[in-house]
Design a protein around this ligand. Structure first.
Ligand code: AMP
Ligand code: MG
Length: 316
């Protein structure tokens, strides 16, 4: 996590923000003993578990995103993620990556799609062996808490970066919007696709196969899985950036749209209805074409033309 606050004396605010993130990590981590997610997963198919109201609220949001995305975003994909070695291990260096066979995947896929059932703050997972993985939404949700804590401490200008999510609290001290770089998904972490303005109160979230992957038998396998096949999503996209007001939704939908692909993402955006229509998008295709929805046009600075990218503003 990286939090930058513009304030005369930001130390107390920053410590409180860090504590807020640590509290949520202790609730939502898949690896920490006693976390809400750990307890919920251990009780799958057996009994309901009482969770923190923040956990219940996040699960509700995750369920809604799952349904609206037609399960492209699936919060109970954990058993499949584990089979690929993109699972419960905290560090990429200790993870054991492997390609599961078809029979194994089919068995594990039968544990997905059945969403957690909520009754107030009591949650149950219907099938034994099921497991929740909030890795595609939790960092976004945490950013919302950080905004709240910083604001309560009198901070009105800050940038919050949690993984691939960046939230602008207010503007830069001079009143102009914060500017963020979007990575070139083929740049090995060094090159940029574009720079853009991030308006006050907005979050941008980027999902891409280049963030975590492994190679086996001459193939590349990445960490965003299509719940339909159990295999890394092959939707023709290299990365998806979503700009939205709700950080948790930015996070969840960048992952969902990566699975759904450019055509479906643009159809949803152009329809003017539903959650995606209220967001702005940057879609990078495997043909090096970059779709940018009109809300991001002002302040956009393409940086990948020399690398072969073409840019198109999409309007409705
Ligand atoms: P993100 O970086 O936000 O796109 O999230 C990627 C992480 O979300 C992965 O490391 C998995 O833990 C999890 N994940 C992968 N595929 C999916 C999916 N289709 N739906 C929900 N979570 C997923
Ligand atoms: Mg995400």
């Amino acid at each position: 996590m990286s939090i930058t606050a513009y304030h005369r004396d930001p130390a107390e605010a920053l410590v409180a923000a860090q504590q807020a993130v640590n509290r949520l990590d202790a609730l939502w981590s898949r690896t920490r003993p006693g976390s809400d997610v750990t307890r919920l997963n251990a009780a799958a198919g057996a009994e309901p578990v009482e969770v923190d109201p923040d956990t219940a609220a996040l699960l509700e949001k995750a369920n809604a995103a799952a349904l609206e995305s037609e399960m492209a975003f699936d919060p109970v994909l954990a058993p499949v993620m584990d089979a690929w070695g993109f699972g419960a291990t905290e560090s990429e260096t200790t993870a054991v990556h492997r390609v599961p066979d078809q029979a194994e995947l089919e068995k594990l896929l039968s544990l997905t799609r059945d969403l957690p059932v909520l009754d107030g703050d009591t949650v149950s997972l219907p099938i034994a062996g099921q497991a929740v993985d909030l890795g595609a939404i939790a960092k976004g949700a945490a950013a919302a808490d950080v905004v709240e804590v910083l604001t309560a401490h009198g901070v009105d200008s800050a940038v919050i970066a949690l993984g691939g999510n960046i939230t602008a609290l207010g503007t830069r001290p001079d009143g102009s919007p914060f500017r963020v770089y979007v990575r070139d998904p083929q740049g090995g972490g060094e090159d940029y696709l574009c720079m853009m303005s991030l308006p006050a109160g907005r979050t941008c979230s980027t999902s891409g196969g280049y963030e975590r992957y492994f190679e086996a038998n001459g193939q590349t396998y990445h960490h965003i899985v299509d719940p339909e096949t159990g295999y890394p999503a092959q939707s023709g996209l290299r990365s998806v950036t979503v700009v939205a007001e709700d950080p948790a939704l930015a996070d969840a939908w960048s992952t969902a749209l990566y699975v759904l692909g450019a055509e479906e993402a643009l159809t949803r955006w152009e329809s003017g209805e539903g959650t995606v229509a209220g967001m702005d998008l940057i879609l990078v295709t495997e043909e090096d074409h970059v779709y940018v929805t009109q809300g991001l046009e002002e302040g956009l600075e393409p940086l990948g033309e020399e690398a072969g990218y073409t840019y198109e503003i999409v309007r409705r």
